[in-house]
Design a protein around this ligand. Structure first.
Ligand SMILES: Cc1ncc(COP(=O)(O)O)c(C=O)c1O
Length: 400
C-alpha cells in the first residue's frame, strides 16, 4: 500500500507550475526565455496599500486574528459587495482567507461528500477539478465551444445537472479564455439553476475589474436574487490590486456555509496574514481610480497580442471580454513539423517546441480542458509581448 493517500493519487500536479519550472530551468541554463505563463499582473502593488501594511506592522498588528478575518476587513468587503455588485451581506456572511484559492478550497472541503458532483465549464482554471477531487467529489466537465465564445449554453448546463450535483462553479471573465458572460448570457444560466434548487453556485469573480470594451461585469446572485441563498460569491485582491503575494481572498454567502468554512480554516491555517488583511482594508476602501487606468493598459495589450497572433500561420485568436489571457487555437499547426524537427501533434507538443525553439513559455490548452489551444498571459510589458509575438510568428512560419 502506498504511503500517500488515495485521495492525493486522484490529483494531478499543476501544469502551469510545471511550465513555469521548465522556463526557469531554461533561463538558468542561459537561454533567453520570455515567460507568458504566469497568471499575475506585472504592475506593482499601489503605494497606499504598501503603506497600510507598513503602518500595521508598526502598530503591532502582528498577532493571530479572528479565523475568517478582522472586522475592519469584513466591513470593507461588505461595502465592496454593496458598492460594486449590489449585494447586501453582513459581517457574519463574510469569509476572508489566504487567497481566493483557499476560499474556494474551504468551501469545497466544508460541503463535499464522496460522489457529489461539481459542474465545471471548460476551459477551466486548472485548480477547480483537482480541488473537487481532493474534497472527494467528482468534477463534471462541460465544454464551452470556441464558436460560442468559450461560454457554455443553458442547454448544456441543464443536461449536466443530476440529483448528485452539489455545485456549479462559474468564472467570468474566465481564466484561461478571458471570456465573459454579459447579463443576458448569465441570466439564461441562472434561469436553469432556478429550476434545480439543490444546486449551489460558486461564483469566482476574481477578474471582475479586468473587463474591456464596455463589457459590464455581473455576478449570479446579482442577476438572479433568487439564487442569493445558495450562492457563494468569491473575489480577492490578487488580480485587481496586483497583490498576488499578499494572499487575501474573500467571499460572501449564507451564514451556515460561512460558519462551516470557518471551521475548516480554524483547523488548517488559523487565519490569513494579519498584515495582509490591513493592506486589503486599504485596497478596498482606498482610491479605486487606478483600476480603470490599468484596465485600459491591459485592453491595449490584448488588442496588440490578438492582432499579432492572428497574423501567425496556423493560429486563430478570438477577442475576449476580460481577464489578462487570450486562448488562441493551434488547429492549423497540427500535423506539421518544427524547423528543429519536433512533430506538432498536440497543443502540448506545440508549446514544448515553442519553448525549446524560441524560448516563449505559454501553457498548453489540454491543461485547461480544451484543445487544441494555448493560453497567453498578456500581463507583461509591451516590449516583452512584442518580442514574444515576433518569436511565435517565426516559429509558426518555420512549421512545414
Ligand atoms: C480563476 C481564478 N480563481 C482564483 C484564483 C486564485 O487567486 P488567489 O488565490 O491569488 O486569490 C486564480 C489565480 O490564478 C484564478 O485565476
Amino acid at each position: 500500500m502506498s504511503f500517500l493517500s488515495q485521495t492525493l493519487a486522484r490529483v494531478k500536479p499543476s501544469p502551469t507550475v510545471a511550465v513555469t519550472q521548465l522556463a526557469r530551468e531554461l533561463a538558468a541554463a542561459g537561454r533567453d526565455v520570455i515567460g507568458l505563463g504566469a497568471g499575475e499582473p506585472d504592475f506593482d502593488t499601489p503605494d497606499n496599500i504598501k503603506a497600510a501594511a507598513i503602518a500595521a506592522i508598526e502598530a503591532g498588528k502582528t498577532k493571530y486574528t479572528a479565523p475568517d478575518g478582522i472586522p475592519e476587513l469584513k466591513q470593507a468587503v461588505c461595502a465592496k459587495f454593496a458598492r460594486e455588485n449590489g449585494l447586501t451581506y453582513t459581517q457574519s456572511q463574510i469569509s476572508v482567507s489566504t487567497g481566493g484559492k483557499q476560499v474556494l478550497y474551504n468551501a469545497l472541503m466544508a460541503t463535499l461528500n464522496p460522489g457529489d458532483e461539481v459542474i465545471i465549464p471548460a476551459p477551466y482554471w486548472v485548480s477547480y477539478p483537482d480541488m473537487v477531487r481532493l474534497g472527494g467529489g467528482e468534477p463534471v466537465i462541460v465544454e464551452g465551444a470556441e464558436a460560442e465564445g468559450f461560454r457554455i449554453t443553458p442547454a448544456q448546463l441543464e443536461a449536466a445537472i443530476t440529483p448528485k450535483t452539489k455545485w456549479f462553479i462559474f468564472n467570468s471573465p474566465s481564466n484561461p479564455t478571458g471570456a465573459g458572460y454579459d447579463r443576458a448570457a448569465l441570466k439564461a444560466l441562472t434561469d436553469v439553476l432556478m429550476r434545480h434548487p439543490h444546486v449551489w453556485v460558486m461564483s469566482d469573480d476574481m477578474y471582475e475589474h479586468l473587463a474591456y470594451d464596455g463589457f459590464t461585469f455581473v455576478s449570479p446572485a446579482q442577476v438572479e436574487p433568487g439564487l442569493y441563498d445558495r450562492t457563494l460569491t468569491v473575489n480577492g485582491v490578487s488580480k485587481a490590486y496586483a497583490m498576488t503575494g499578499w494572499r487575501i481572498g474573500y467571499a460572501g454567502g449564507p451564514e451556515h456555509l460561512i460558519a462551516a468554512m470557518r471551521k475548516v480554516q480554524g483547523q488548517s491555517t488559523t487565519n490569513p496574514c494579519s498584515i495582509s488583511q490591513w493592506a486589503a482594508v486599504e485596497a478596498l476602501n482606498g482610491p479605486q481610480d487606478f483600476l480603470a487606468e490599468r484596465a485600459a493598459v491591459f485592453a491595449r495589450r490584448r488588442d496588440m497580442v490578438v492582432a499579432r497572433l492572428n497574423d501567425c500561420a496556423g493560429i486563430t485568436c478570438a477577442v475576449p471580454e476580460g481577464a489578462f489571457y487570450v486562448y488562441p487555437s493551434v488547429a492549423g499547426c497540427l500535423g506539421k513539423t518544427s524547423s528543429q524537427g519536433a512533430r506538432i501533434d498536440s497543443d502540448e507538443a506545440f508549446c514544448t517546441a515553442l519553448l525549446e525553439g524560441e524560448g516563449v513559455a505559454v501553457v498548453f490548452g489540454a491543461a485547461f480542458g480544451l484543445s487544441p489551444h494555448f493560453r497567453v498571459s498578456y500581463a507583461a510589458s509591451d516590449a516583452a509581448l512584442a518580442d514574444a509575438c515576433d518569436r511565435i510568428e517565426r516559429f509558426c512560419a518555420g512549421l512545414t
